[in-house]
Write a protein that binds this ligand. Structure first.
Ligand code: TPP
Length: 617
């Protein structure tokens, strides 16, 4: 087994080409065997096995700085850099991360998770290298999907004119999560037509081989080489025009062709972009045929390609279905996603209303201002973005939507703990960062029906609205009451305790109330529904009655519901026993909801014991 020879960084360099080809097959098998049991980004990883092998054969991950954009495709890199065995723990509580992590290995140069950051980070690292007069290569590996993100374009623009030595490797598999879209994708399509060139054009190889291996090249020679390459790969003109040397396209499953080009690029000064063509899901038929399904997947059966476990309804699906039904009755409703058609549940809408559906690519900032534009013309845009990706569009929410009081309905999917994706993807901050924006109505449903009621209410408000809901399904459910702006809902009534909860935590509040009944403690369970405007009257009435409160939210404890209730209590100078539950002021690593709630002491059991202690004091 070649894989047995791979134990630490740079072991790959001891293998010859034949052995590396064997290694690629072994890694694919290992990835499939492991990730089918843990879940993960299998299709993207299968696509970059040879690319990673070639890259780390030519460059030195100990010295050179390789930045993986998004980072979801870094599994082969982890295998090649000392984490072969640990791969079995990937994305699990206390296990290794599914993304690059500097804390795991110095060969993970820069933490990623959100798209389109790699070229900017590379630029910063290269600029620091030059200022510090150091000598190493800086390489950003970015997918064609991630290249549609504004930051990537901003960074190319900067690097192109600065002339700094940065290598951008464009991993082009024609896919974002779904099919890649937009003008950049069309440009790449034109370039892909040249695919055969690098393999078959011997003359071309000869021209490239004239690039000297080491030492400074004279300007004349650079120009000559540039011209020759330009002639060979004319369609790369776009990148050339903005200041990059464009090489490729090269077959991303041919190790020797890639090694050849990478080692030549290593000796070129200035910004270079190598266009590598890969197949997403390479070598595993179900993933090659359905790369979107296998982009990020839970446990699956390797033989059938079927996911394991029954698929229950989730908030995204309920959202997508309800929106489709609403749009059948209201022609003004349009839907927007930033490259997450499936994840946000908008596929159904997109099939019914292709002309009223917009996938704008990985472009959250644009998506939000685009929605503002639509709203300014009387349309009713529902935009769905994951909680952590709203962080990208914060100024757009403030400046373009809320400051103009435009009725954009911002659906915040994956709010709260998301699980295996970890730190970068946890929806921890949205309640807090949305709360301080004027004009904004913030709602969070406690179950599917509550979500539907909020979706119906939102277009009637004629204001910017946030509706935030978690990943996955509903917990303990009940039939919600009719909804009214700024009114909370008393789900249960009692005398001893006020349990004040938001969103999915209302399910836990109900479970808590039921548990406490065994101890003859009865509770008001208040589903606040609106973080803003907060129903202070109902909440104050309840607190004054019980004098004991528990507040539960599923985001950071800083600045969200707990903060609002603390302020309410202070402003009204109330004397109460209070317990507050939210995630601490920390970045929360990967793990299941159950594991993380236990870790941070906000699982049902802990809260129950705390309450018993508080009330029986
Ligand atoms: C800012 C941001 N928006 C959305 C995502 C979700 N996301 C993760 S990977 C991905 C597609 C990336 O496509 P590409 O760069 O081509 O990589 P591939 O998986 O095809 O190799 C998306 C949209 C993200 N990580 N970051």
């Amino acid at each position: 087994m070649q894989l047995d020879k791979i134990n630490k960084t740079n072991d790959i360099k001891k293998l010859n080409l034949k052995e590396k080809t064997e290694l690629a097959s072994e890694i694919r098998e290992y990835l499939l065997d492991t990730i089918s049991k843990t879940g993960g980004h299998i299709a993207s990883n299968l696509g970059v096995v040879e690319l990673t092998i070639a890259l780390e054969s030519v460059f030195d991950p100990k010295k050179d700085k390789i930045i993986w954009d998004v980072g979801h495709q870094c599994y082969t890199h982890k295998i090649l850099n000392g984490r072969k065995k640990e791969l079995k723990t990937i994305r699990q509580f206390k296990g290794i991360s599914g993304f690059p992590k500097v804390s795991e290995s110095p060969t993970d140069t820069f933490n990623t998770g959100h798209s389109s950051t790699s070229i900017s980070a590379a630029a910063g690292i290269a600029a620091a290298r030059d200022l510090n007069k150091k000598d190493f290569n800086v390489i950003a590996v970015i997918g064609d999907g991630a290249l549609t993100g504004g930051m990537a374009m901003e960074a190319l623009n900067h690097i192109g004119s600065s002339g700094m030595k940065v290598l951008v490797i464009l991993n082009d598999n024609e896919m974002s999560i779904s099919k890649n879209i937009g003008g950049i994708n069309e440009l790449l399509t034109k370039l892909r037509v040249k695919k055969k060139y690098i393999k078959s054009n011997k003359a071309g190889k000869k021209i490239i081989s004239r690039i000297p291996l080491i030492g400074n090249m004279t300007v004349r020679l650079v120009k000559k080489v540039k011209r020759s390459i330009k002639q060979m790969f004319l369609p790369g003109m776009y990148f050339e025009e903005i200041g990059f040397r464009y090489l490729g396209p090269v077959d991303g499953h041919n190790i020797s062709d890639m090694e050849y080009l990478f080692s030549k690029a290593k000796d070129l000064e200035g910004p270079t972009l190598i266009h590598v063509i890969t197949t997403k899901g390479k070598g595993y038929e179900p993933a090659e045929e359905n790369p979107d399904k296998f982009h990020g997947i839970g446990k699956f059966d390797v033989f059938t390609g079927e996911t394991i476990g029954t698929k229950k309804d989730d908030y995204s699906k309920v959202f997508g279905h309800k929106l489709t039904e609403m749009a059948k009755k209201n022609k003004k409703i349009v839907a927007i996603t930033a490259a997450m058609k499936d994840g946000t549940g908008l596929r159904e809408f997109s099939t019914y209303f292709p002309k009223r559906f917009y996938d704008v690519g990985i472009a959250e900032q644009h998506a939000l201002t685009f929605a503002a534009g639509l709203a300014s013309q009387g349309l009713i845009p529902f935009i769905s973005i994951y909680s952590s990706f709203y962080q990208r569009g914060y100024d757009q929410v403030i400046h373009d939507i809320c400051a103009q009081n435009l009725p954009v309905i911002m659906c915040v999917d994956r709010a709260g703990i998301v699980g295996a994706d970890g730190v970068t993807h946890q929806g921890m901050f949205d309640l807090s960062f949305f709360k301080l924006i004027p004009n904004l109505v913030i709602m969070a449903p406690s179950n599917f029906k509550d979500l539907e009621l909020m979706m119906e209410l939102a277009p009637t408000l004629n204001k910017p609205v946030v509706i935030r809901y978690p990943r996955g399904g509903e917990g303990t459910s009940y039939k919600p009451k009719a909804i009214k702006l700024g009114k909370s809902e008393i789900v249960e009534e009692g005398n001893d305790l006020s349990i004040i909860s938001i969103g999915r935590e209302t399910s836990k509040a109900l479970d808590l109330s039921n548990l406490l009944k065994q101890d003859n403690i009865t509770s008001d369970v208040i589903n606040v529904r609106f973080l803003k405007p907060l129903d202070t009257k109902t909440i104050l009435n309840s607190i004054e009655k019980t004098k004991n409160i528990v507040v539960i939210e599923d985001g950071t404890i800083v600045g969200g519901l707990c903060s609002s209730i603390k302020e309410l209590i202070a402003d009204n100078k109330l004397e109460v026993n209070a317990k507050y539950y939210g995630f601490p002021d920390k970045f929360i690593e990967h793990g299941s909801i159950d594991e993380l709630e236990k870790e941070y002491k906000q699982d049902l059991n802990t809260i129950y014991n705390d309450v018993i202690g508080m009330i029986k004091k």
